[in-house]
Design a protein around this ligand. Structure first.
Ligand code: NBP
Length: 477
């Protein structure tokens, strides 16, 4: 009997996805390239060990692999994003027929996916760019799955993709069709961007707890654990508590031995680049990317710290008040990060004509993925109540919460800055919110200067929008 689906790329994610699919009753054919000079034969090893006794068949050549599949043939690529996807697609095309389907489950750039969907359409084949979040664990036990591209493929792949998805608390799978073209990979990109913002906000909170309250790791773990019972409940808060408690074998707390220089793979940067192209503010994610960049300049920071010794002895702040203020600050700033991510998806949906369902996207992120959190249910409800909601913070529920947090949010950011703690994302989130809720801003001065030196014209407060004026600034009246 032929296989239901074929999977190429037996790396960390690919192996686990194949096992997940097989565990759900699908027959899976697998193939991995054999790199000359590499001792290990990846396919044989996988079949002999982890896939033993499972409905997984190993194949030695691409021809044998394609031949092992039912029609329409469904090929799941789980290879490195970038040229490897084009290379594999190019090798598969001569072996596939009209109606066959290629799913790219890697972290591909949505513009590449957009192009690949078109290229395959021209050949009568269907390309699906499928964002997958949840890391190795998610791939094996249930991920958040974000497919988009050629919708003709959806009826064939839907049961398979839904079966390997994580289940939300209400039992529904975290997998739904996102939209055409590169929409699936786009939504995954924004997911990763929000993840960057969330992680930096948690890191800044840890930094504030450590510096303002002089808390020990175990005490900070207690705080995060407590917060995880309330409205901040989420996977990232949960693992923060676990990280703070983690001790090395026979040694001290591992967190204290980890170098403060953050790495990145690029999806945060992609979100920011796209937000600039779409003229949409994305300060939280942008500052989170910049914070990682600055952290990576460790030797420069060490040098600068010697020159500018601005960090003095802090007073130790009141525990109860500070912990409560930081909880509210983290919650409000986090809301801003999500609100910006959703605002970007709204703009992208209009610009690229994707017709994204923002409520359904929030539901996809409730389980399986790295940013899974309790309040995604609230976001889903907000966009369900008002699908045309122009900004998440216009929702009544979030509006009340942010308004309540605002006084402590402002106070705690100013305390952190006063004590010399660099908290770029806390500050950026607050600045965005203050700007967003300002009726009379300073941009009249920008327009005046633009018109003064460049005759770029301006609109007037006493004339309708869209009517532009120019002033002869330097003529004597
Ligand atoms: P790995 O590095 O573990 O595996 C990459 C796979 O791609 C290997 O099977 C490798 O073959 C294959 N490959 C490469 Br590299 N170049 C190839 C080429 N030119 N032609 C054919 N195959 C090629 O990566 P991974 O962590 O499994 O990630 C795979 C994709 O999933 C990436 O796009 C990643 O961004 C994405 N992703 C990863 C995670 C995660 O948590 N790790 C989560 C979500 C998404 P080889 O064995 O011969 O080198």
């Amino acid at each position: 009997e032929k296989a239901d689906i074929g999977l190429i790329g037996l790396g960390v994610m690919g192996q686990n996805l194949a096992l997940n699919l097989a565990g759900k009753g699908w027959k899976v054919a697998v193939w991995n390239r054999t790199v000359p000079g590499k001792e290990e034969h990846i396919v044989d090893n996988f079949i002999a060990k982890r896939a033993q006794g499972k409905s997984i068949v190993g194949t030695q050549t691409l021809e044998e692999f394609v031949d092992a599949l039912k029609t329409p043939k469904v090929v799941f690529l789980m290879v490195q994003a970038g040229s490897a996807v084009d290379e594999m697609t190019g090798r598969l095309l001569p072996l596939l027929h009209k109606g066959d389907i290629i799913i790219d489950g890697g972290n591909s750039n949505f513009e590449d996916t957009e192009r690949r969907v078109k290229e395959l359409y021209e050949k009568g084949m269907y390309f699906v760019g499928c964002g997958i979040s949840g890391g190795e664990e998610g791939a094996l036990h249930g991920a958040s799955v974000m497919p988009g591209g050629a919708q003709e493929a959806w009826p064939f792949i839907q049961p398979m993709l839904k079966s390997i998805a994580a289940r939300a608390e209400d039992g529904s799978p975290c997998c739904e069709w996102v939209g055409p073209g590169g929409a699936g990979h786009y939504v995954k990109m924004v997911h990763n961007g929000i993840e960057y913002g969330d992680m930096e906000l948690i890191a800044e909170t840890y930094y504030a707890l450590k510096n303002l309250l002089a808390l020990k790791n175990e005490q900070m773990a207690d705080v995060f654990e407590r917060w995880n019972q309330g409205r901040l409940k989420s996977y990232l808060i949960e693992i923060t508590a676990a990280i703070l408690r983690h001790k090395e074998c026979g040694g001290g707390y591992l967190i204290d031995s980890i170098l403060d220089a953050a790495g990145q793979k690029g999806t945060g940067r992609w979100s920011v680049i796209n937000s600039l192209q779409l003229n949409t503010p994305l300060d939280v994610i942008a500052e989170a990317v910049f914070a990682r960049n600055l952290s990576a300049e460790k030797s420069l920071r060490v040098l600068m710290a010697k020159h500018y010794m601005h960090v003095e002895n802090h007073p130790v702040y009141n525990y109860q008040d500070t912990v409560a203020a930081l909880e509210a600050t983290l919650y409000a700033a986090r809301l801003v990060g999500y609100a910006q991510g959703f605002a970007l998806m709204r703009t992208a949906s209009d610009t690229y004509k994707w017709n994204l369902n923002l409520s359904s996207i929030a539901l996809l992120w409730r389980a399986g993925c790295i940013i899974r959190s309790a309040f995604l249910n609230d976001i889903a409800e907000a966009y369900h109540r008002a699908p045309g909601l122009s900004h998440m913070l216009l929702d009544r529920h979030f509006g009340l919460e942010v308004a309540e947090a605002l006084p402590v949010w402002k106070k705690s950011v100013s305390i952190m800055l006063k004590e010399g703690l660099a908290v770029p994302v806390f500050s950026a989130a607050l600045n965005y919110f203050l700007g967003l809720t300002t009726h009379h801003s300073q941009a009249n001065m920008i327009q005046a200067m633009r018109d003064y030196f460049g005759a770029h014209t301006f609109e007037r407060v006493d004339s309708p929008r869209g009517e532009f004026f120019h002033e002869q600034w330097q003529e004597k009246k």
